[in-house]
Design a protein around this ligand. Structure first.
Ligand code: TMP
Length: 210
């Protein structure tokens, strides 16, 4: 597949500010006449948003880890096939709030689903689609948990214990070592302005021809 648009992903724990930053970047790119869609996982299409509801709502341990992984990948397949790839082919830029690294972090590092299983699914579902860049938002779990207390959406993942969230954080943090060309670690303790400036600069230098 030849992408004409750029595919940018934001990853990290809940409450690290990635969604706010994804929106800021979308606005900045659109202001610069680069047509950019902001989307999210799980979700992004009607069917994937339906899967999101059953993944996010309800009792903390409602899913077996493998079932949960399959649901995330079912939502992702719909999203990729019906939205991400068609838009990238048209030349639209995509900013996606979470992508497959979240499955590796939450279902893999968090729940203990095997790397082999995750890699097999990733290959079958995503084929050769990989983000051009992934920004990973990092912050101490104790701090990010404080930030999500005022949210409206009930998200059962937020109720997993601190050890679960620390495993997720550790996985995300380590990505810069394992796939360093495509991942940039962002210190989520920094100010909103400093973070958005840093991200925009990176995008301008690497993806926008002057
Ligand atoms: P959020 O988009 O508001 O952060 O909520 C999505 C939740 O879904 C978040 O708690 C992380 C979780 N999640 C997974 O466990 N695996 C995945 O593959 C994805 C995309 C999200």
């Amino acid at each position: 597949m030849i992408n004409k648009g750029t595919f940018i992903v934001f990853e990290g724990g809940e409450g690290t500010g990635k969604t706010t930053q994804a929106k800021i970047l979308q606005d900045q790119l659109n202001t610069n006449n680069i047509l950019t869609i902001l989307t999210r996982e799980p979700g992004g299409t009607k069917e994937s948003e339906e899967i999101r509801k059953i993944l996010i709502n309800g009792k903390i341990n409602k899913w077996d880890g493998i079932s949960e992984t399959l649901l995330h990948y079912a939502a992702r397949r719909e999203h990729i096939k019906k939205k991400i790839i068609p838009e990238l082919k048209k030349g639209t830029w995509i900013i996606c709030d979470r992508f497959f690294h979240s499955t590796e972090a939450y279902q893999g590092a968090g729940h203990g689903v095997s790397t082999d299983f995750l890699n097999t699914l990733k290959k079958a579902v995503c084929e050769d689609l990989v983000p051009d860049i992934t920004f990973i938002f990092d912050q101490k779990v104790e701090k990010s948990i404080q930030r999500i207390k005022n949210r409206n959406e009930n998200n059962r993942y937020e109720n997993f214990d601190i050890n679960f969230h620390n495993r997720v954080r550790k996985y995300f943090k380590n990505l810069k070592n394992t796939s360093n060309k495509n991942c940039i670690l962002i210190n989520a303790d920094d100010t909103i302005k400093n973070i958005s400036d840093k991200i925009l600069l990176y995008v301008q230098q690497n993806f926008i021809q002057s």
